[in-house]
Design a protein around this ligand. Structure first.
Ligand code: MTE
Ligand code: MO
Length: 307
């Protein structure tokens, strides 16, 4: 095994824990304790976001858990695989193609995007379809603000999203666990809903790679798999788009995937959940607790059929 000097460390060698510790060094340095921080050495850049009335005031899940207990199958199927394997992903430069039924198709350059948009901090619950949940302080912009610039036409009834396909860096893609690239989709009203955000950071910094750097969707009233990571393409489409999990097991994962304690997964109940860091299970709330804001979009829809 190769032993390297501290100075030889590359970005890929720096784990989320290092980032965390370096932030503490920085704070200690600011207090005059003489410790240093090489800004950006870990690839994390501080980001500020204005507080949002859409945030929950529940206790946040510790950063350590948010960044080490992940689902990101492009880097492996175990919860600790993404934090271990995502380091080799190169996220700069990063461009997102926006196409389909819109008057002004174009390309989002991430650096321009970060310069040109005021970020908000949104503290949201995230409920995974597997039965666990977290509370995460995201930094991002309403997806509606981003999409409107491309002037979707009346044919844009849905929005389709795609994750990067780069098997050399995303080693999980070397196996056919899913039909890569990972795909997701929303109805246009869901995409434009004020709760839906495109996130570029969490806990006051750019997104760790295991959380979907540099840009990922967050749709807090739906199961976590709708919140697609490392997005490279956004398409306005007329028909309901294919989605990765629905393709794989349509009887288990529907297109809507609204959090619903009354509609069980065929292999387990969805009535309760375990908040990461807690012992006792909690009752799962309809629409993950966001029903006041989103239920009206589904009036008249049979949620057992359109799960
Ligand atoms: N591209 C891609 N996006 C993805 C996934 C994935 O495997 N690949 N996993 C999903 C699932 S199942 C969940 S629960 C959330 C987890 O987000 P987090 O790791 O930031 O908490 O990401 C979602 N987005
Ligand atoms: Mo999930």
């Amino acid at each position: 095994m190769l032993i390297r000097h501290r100075g030889d460390l590359t970005e890929n060698d720096v784990t989320p824990k290092d980032i965390y510790l370096r932030r503490r060094e920085f704070m200690a340095g600011a207090l005059g304790l003489g410790l240093s921080l090489t800004a950006g050495a870990a690839g994390a850049v501080p980001l500020k976001g204005a507080p949002s009335p859409y945030s929950t005031d529940e206790k946040k899940t510790p950063r350590e858990d948010v960044t080490t207990y992940n689902n990101f199958y492009e880097f492996g199927v175990d919860k600790d695989d993404p934090a271990r394997n995502a380091g080799r992903l190169s996220v700069s430069p990063w461009r997102v193609k926006v196409d389909g039924a819109c008057a002004k198709p174009g390309v989002i350059d991430l650096a321009d995007f970060l310069r040109g948009n005021a970020l908000q901090e949104r503290i949201y619950r995230l409920r995974c379809v597997e039965g666990w949940s977290m509370v995460i302080p995201w930094l991002g912009v309403p997806l509606a603000d981003l999409l409107k610039k491309y002037e979707p036409t009346s044919k844009a009834r849905f929005v389709a999203f795609e994750t990067l396909y780069r098997p050399k860096e995303m080693i999980g893609q070397q196996r056919g666990v899913l039909d890569w690239p990972y795909r997701e989709g929303l109805r246009i009203d869901e995409a434009l809903h004020p709760l839906t955000i495109m996130a570029v950071g969490l806990y006051g910094e750019t997104l760790p790679k295991q959380n979907g750097a540099p840009m990922r969707l967050v749709v807090p009233w739906k199961y976590g798999f709708k919140s697609i990571k490392s997005v490279v393409r956004i398409s306005f489409v007329e028909r309901q788009p294919r989605t990765a999990w629905n393709d794989l097991a349509p009887n288990e994962y529907g297109f809507y995937s609204n959090v619903n304690p009354q509609v069980d997964h065929p292999r387990w109940s969805q009535a309760t959940e375990r908040r990461i860091g807690e012992f006792r299970r909690r009752d799962t709330l309809m629409f993950n607790g966001y029903g006041d804001q989103v239920a009206s979009m589904y009036r008249g829809l049979d949620l057992k059929k359109y799960f």
